[in-house]
Design a protein around this ligand. Structure first.
Ligand code: C2E
Ligand code: MG
Ligand code: MG
Ligand code: MG
Length: 294
């Protein structure tokens, strides 16, 4: 019908579109097998205390170790996983794998008991997948302290159906897990709903931290998110901290925690373990010298 209106010839399938569709279909089939073929891996990115620079924990971020394409980032397959429902088993795997890894570190590294792990939960998982029951089961299986597991849910998902969100979050909170609102500042949270949500942390979207937009506007936005968080009794995590000067500004405005390339990119579990050990070594050295760690 469009073609008639615009006078342009019909365009059904050109070769390029055909190729793209075939690629999506094959990617979907490959993604279905990725889980059972052990091709998914979690990388871990440190989260530090802004005041003391103490290591607080890690965010677990999924990657697809594709046999031919190499490491595929989540932006390239999470949307497809969501559309196809593959996100349901995939998301469950992420939760159990992250908890198992944290449990291992806590058991084998002295002092690691205080570390936490943050896991991203997608819309489909949150809306209907028996998430609460699954998390309860994983906590029991891995034996980790529920307070050390943080679930990150984006602002837009929480605002979609607020009464459902409040209900589900209350059930998750009853297990003892912590809730972070991810990518905060990019959605349109109603303040009155935000107040009703049983949440613990606001995670400021990285566009306000290392985005290319006006730095002065961004710092004002960061400041107002922090004062909002203070009023609601929440802690604030800044993501995407790349440079010292960005970190210094976060110290000025008394942001609680920070995450970004300045500290480390997301790294595999072996490198993350090395990061923990390195951090502890520096801490011990600083203590014996009586100076705070750099
Ligand atoms: P997110 O949850 O907001 O994760 C933060 C993203 O910012 C990560 O990208 C991280 O690598 C990146 N990042 C961290 N620090 C910096 C920095 O200083 N500079 C820049 N430029 N980027 C930084 P990543 O790992 O590519 O993940 C992208 C998104 O994919 C995540 O955003 C999350 O929405 C989604 N995702 C990742 N893993 C999972 C998962 O296991 N489940 C679900 N449902 N979604 C996931
Ligand atoms: Mg996240
Ligand atoms: Mg985020
Ligand atoms: Mg994001």
């Amino acid at each position: 019908y469009r073609a008639k209106e615009t006078g342009k010839p019909y365009m059904i399938f050109d070769r390029r579109m055909h190729k793209e569709i075939l690629e999506v279909i094959s990617l979907e089939a490959e993604l279905r097998d990725a889980l059972s073929n052990d091709e998914l891996v979690l990388h871990y990115q440190p989260i530090v205390n802004v005041d003391t620079r103490a290591l607080e924990g890690f965010e677990a971020l999924v990657r697809w170790n594709h046999p031919l394409k190499g490491i595929v980032p989540p932006d390239k397959f999470i949307p497809l996983a969501e559309e196809t429902g593959i996100i349901l088993p995939l998301g469950r795997w992420v939760i159990v794998e992250a908890c198992r890894q944290l449990g291992k570190w806590q058991k084998t590294i002295p002092g690691a008991e205080r570390l936490s792990v943050s896991v991203n939960v997608s819309c489909r998982q949150f809306v209907r997948d028996g998430l609460v029951e699954y998390v309860a089961q994983v906590l029991e299986e891995t034996g980790i302290d529920p307070a050390r597991l943080k679930l990150e849910i984006t602002e837009s998902v929480l605002m979609q159906d607020t009464s459902h969100s409040i209900h589900e979050l209350n059930r998750l909170k009853a297990l003892g897990v912590r809730i972070a609102v991810d990518d905060f500042g990019t959605g349109y949270s109603s303040l009155s709903y935000l107040r009703q949500l049983p949440i613990d942390h606001l995670k400021i979207d990285r566009s306000f931290i290392s985005g290319s937009d006006n730095a002065e506007d961004n710092i004002q936005i960061v400041k107002s998110i922090i004062s909002l968080a203070r009023n609601l009794g929440l802690t604030v995590i800044a993501e995407g901290v790349e440079h010292e000067d960005q970190f210094a500004r976060l110290q000025d405005v008394r942001c609680d925690k920070a995450q970004g390339y300045m500290f480390s990119r997301p790294v595999d579990s072996i490198a993350a373990e090395r990061y923990i050990l390195d951090y502890q070594r520096r801490l011990a050295e600083a203590c014996s010298l009586g100076t705070p760690p750099a």
